[in-house]
Structure formats: C-alpha cells, structure tokens
Design a protein around this ligand. Structure first.
Ligand code: PSU
Ligand code: MN
Length: 303
C-alpha cells in the first residue's frame, strides 16, 4: 500500500482505541506562520487530552502519511512550496514525489483508507458565491458524498454561498446535523442564518447515527456534525459582513481563482480584522477537535 500509517496510529486502530484524523491544509495554507505550527501541535495535544490518538494527514515526498512526527509536522507548517492537495491530486503527488497539505477531501479519503472514522476540521469547503460564473464548488462535497466518515466542523466557510452549499449537501445525500443547535453554524459565526433539520446532543448520539449508517447500508456517505463556535468567541457579525465583502472584491480584483481563492480570502480576513478572524477560526477548530475526540471515544466504546 502507498499509504504510510504511523506506528502509534496503526496500534490504536488495531486495538480499537479512538483516533481522530486532522487535516493539514489549514496548517499550511489556512493559518499564518509561525502560529500555524503551534496550532498544529496544540490540536494534537487537545485530541490526546480527550483520550484519543491524533492522526494528522499530509503527503511528504510522494508518500501519503497518516500520523506525523514532530519533524514532519514542522515541514507541513514551514516548508516553502508545499502544495495544496485535493483528493484528485493524490495520485499526481504520489507519482511525482511531491509534498503537499491535504484538504478535507484528500484527508477524508486517506483517513477512510486507513480505517479512521472520525475527522475534525475548521470549516468545510463548498459552493463559492460566484458559482454561476466560476463553477467553483469545493471537491470536499463530492468526496463526502462517497466516503463513510464523520466530519466535525463549524459548518462550511462563511466566505461561501452557505444556502447553496446546504442545498448541494442535500442533493448529494450527505447527512448533516447541528450539535446542540437547530441553526447551521457559520464558521467564524455561531449561526450562519440558516436552519439545520437535525440536532444531536451528545457524542453517544453521534456514534448512534454512525452505527445506523452502517446498519442501513446504502451508498457510502459522510455524516457532518456541525458544531458552532461558542457565541462569546465568534467574530463580531458586523465586522464579519463588512470585511468579507471587501475580501471578496479584493479576490476578484486580484484575479485569484481555483485553489487560491480560499487561502486568499482567509488571509485577507485575518489581516483586515487585526487577527480577530484568526481567533474565531481557532476557537472553532479547538471545539471541533475536542468534540471529535469524544465522538471517536463513543464510537470506539460501541465497537
Ligand atoms: N478549515 C479551516 N481552514 C482551512 C480549511 C478548512 O478552518 O483552510 C481548508 C480545508 O482543507 C478545506 C479547504 O478542504 O480549506 C477548502 O478549499 P477549497 O475551497 O479550495 O476546496
Ligand atoms: Mn474552491
């Protein structure tokens, strides 16, 4: 197999202990240096604190790796020219010996191949606001429609067309539930302004849905657990609306397209909010990682 799973993660999977997959695009392309490496380490520590094993995923020199050591994590955070890899890029990176951080789509695929069922991130990719012109829809959605994994996230990134993304998730047959809320979270914001049909209250309830997915069979699709950032840690909604508008215009003016759009917008928001969007992003990710570890524990307990 081309996949290399670290010894710790392999052991945990073999003995049925809880494991949480973590993506690396947020580290390499979603957060500024040097904070990104600190955050990568902090998130792994948070998974451990909840009694689970972290499995950060990336491709290094053509080898997809599930579970990184310190030095490998440092490469993802600090190496210049590290690529952004969606799932379609994986065979190209493997065959050419490239190194890259994995997005939600590539991470979910590699995690599932390694036998990991729970995955935490910040916000999913989705339908971009100019979709009718650009046809820019994140590959995250299509991959999650075909992969049996549970993704704990703060909804989809608020830079996107949120209602269009929710509609696509419905069309694609991806299950979505709010965690402790009937409102779909808005990444930097606790509430995107849109409702969500299902509400789950405990990690055990989430694990119950995962077992029901398996018991029912049918197409392999993901479960999205949408966990809002705590209201007192969200980005001020007024600031969010104003700066996002400006960021979208700057992105268009700069002629950024494709894979560059999301990192451009996130970076613009960090700079124009004096880091407030970064803090909200981190608060969301921290909450997701801790919840994912508890879901992984509930899942492991029932196996
Ligand atoms: N969550 C964050 N920051 C990020 C991402 C998620 O808090 O940077 C990344 C994920 O890897 C996701 C990607 O898959 O953004 C979406 O990029 P695109 O729109 O190009 O598919
Ligand atoms: Mn995109």
């Amino acid at each position: 197999m081309v996949l290399t799973v670290s010894e710790e993660v392999r052991d945990a999977i073999a003995t049925g202990r809880p494991v949480v997959a973590l993506e690396s695009t947020i580290i390499a392309h979603g957060l500024p240096r040097p904070r990104n490496l600190q955050v990568a380490r902090e998130l792994e520590a948070a998974v451990r604190r909840e009694g689970a094993v972290p499995a950060t995923i990336a491709v290094l020199d053509g080898t997809p790796r599930v579970g990184l050591d310190n030095e490998q994590l440092e490469r993802v955070a600090n190496e210049d020219g590290i690529r952004k890899l969606g799932h379609r890029d994986l065979p190209l990176a493997v065959a050419t010996g490239a190194s890259g951080a994995t997005t939600v789509s590539a991470t979910a695929l590699l995690a599932a191949l390694a036998g990991i069922r729970v995955f935490a991130t910040g916000g999913l990719g989705g339908v971009h606001r100019e979709w009718t012109v650009t046809q820019d829809e994140s590959a995250d959605l299509g991959l999650l429609a075909r992969t049996r994994i549970t993704v704990v996230c703060a909804g989809v990134k608020s830079i996107l067309d949120v209602p269009a993304t929710l509609q696509r998730l419905e069309t694609l047959g991806v299950a979505v539930a709010g965690y402790g809320t009937d409102r779909f979270p808005g990444f930097y914001l606790s509430d995107s302004g849109h409702p969500v049909d299902w509400r789950l209250a405990t990690p055990e309830e989430v694990a119950g849905v995962m077992r029901a997915q398996d018991a029912l069979g049918g197409p392999e699709a993901a479960l999205i657990v949408a966990n809002p950032v705590p209201e007192d840690q969200q980005l001020d909604p007024g600031v969010h609306a104003r700066v996002l508008d400006e960021a979208l215009r700057a992105c268009e003016a700069a002629g950024v397209t494709g894979q560059g759009v999301t990192p451009f917008l996130l970076d613009h928001l960090v700079r124009r909010t004096d880091g407030a969007s970064l803090e909200a992003n981190l608060a969301a990710v921290r909450g997701n990682v801790a919840l994912a570890a508890r879901v992984a524990a509930a899942w492991a307990a029932g196996e």
